[in-house]
Design a protein around this ligand. Structure first.
Ligand SMILES: O=C(O)CCC(=O)C(=O)O
Length: 278
């Protein structure tokens, strides 16, 4: 992948936490991504949620260990790591894992959240490469709150459709509860500075996972949404001990390092099982 990231694109990512890289992916790679997507749908991993049949589908898979060889091989070949290296001016880029979003029929948006309420991550050099496999309007695609990658850590959501801001950690973490951004921005469109883009297959949206973000749902205006996300980290990416050790919806395990032992607060983020991507 030969794309030169421009200074404006670097600035947009650093300042706003999100940038659109139009027409990054050629038709051959798009075909391969669609095949990988179909494989992931057919082979859900241990923490996949949602079903893959019926009229209305909202399926998410995340870091499937059985998919790791396929996605590691893809990442080593296609050059996404080089894109992240340019965007951050980072010497090192590591690849974390894939996430797969498939929505069909009538499906809710993915509720507003920050990935850092679920993962022990801090630092500037993190990004989600959010890849649409169908065309979407700005409202239907990924949306972020501008500059929220530099903002506070809110509690996570449990992704309960009846209560979209239900606290994930509650008193165990003491993070402020997520604001109801959907309701507040519906009542007053200027209440939150939401950034999003119309996208077509071939485009890539890059955003920082500490940004408050949500993905659109499906309905008659968009009957099906197919997306993949690949996550990367760079020189200024750290293991952060900000999440509670309590067992709950997510059981966070210690992360082994290549040198032996486990990552500790403030260590450069280098899990033993992550591949170098540049
Ligand atoms: O695409 C979506 O619906 C949500 C994406 C997301 O949460 C992520 O990339 O971390």
């Amino acid at each position: 992948m030969e794309l030169q990231i421009t200074e404006d694109q670097k600035r947009a990512f650093a300042d706003d936490g999100i940038v659109k890289l139009p027409d990054l992916i050629n038709s051959k790679l798009l075909r391969e991504l669609n095949e990988c997507f179909d494989w992931s749908i057919a082979h859900p991993g241990p923490i996949a949620s949602g079903k893959t049949d019926g009229e209305n589908i909202s399926f998410v898979d995340n870091g499937n260990p059985d998919a790791k060889p396929m996605y590691d091989d893809l990442i080593l070949r296609v050059g996404f790591g080089g894109i992240a290296a340019q965007l951050w001016n980072s010497k090192y880029v590591g690849y974390f894992a894939e996430e797969i979003f498939w929505k069909k029929g009538k499906a809710d948006p993915t509720f507003w959240h920050q990935d850092t309420a679920y993962q022990p991550w801090s630092g500037e050099h993190w990004c989600n490469l959010w890849i649409p496999l169908v065309s979407m309007s700005a409202e239907q695609s990924i949306q972020v709150i501008r500059k929220s990658h530099k903002g506070i850590q809110y509690d996570g959501t449990t992704f309960n459709p009846k209560n979209p801001t239900q606290s994930l950690w509650g008193a165990a973490a003491g993070f402020p509860r997520l604001p109801d951004i959907s309701a507040e921005s519906a009542a007053d469109p200027d209440s939150w500075d939401i950034v999003s883009f119309d996208v077509v297959p071939g485009d890539v949206i890059v955003f920082h996972p500490h940004c408050l973000h949500r993905g659109g749902g499906t309905d008659t205006t968009l009957p099906e949404r197919r997306n993949m996300v690949f996550r990367f980290f760079g020189d200024n990416a750290y293991y952060s001990d900000h999440l509670p050790k309590t067992k709950g919806m997510y059981d966070l395990k210690p992360i082994p390092t290549a040198a032996g032992g486990y990552l500790e607060d403030g260590d450069p983020y280098r899990p033993a099982y992550s591949i170098r991507a540049n």
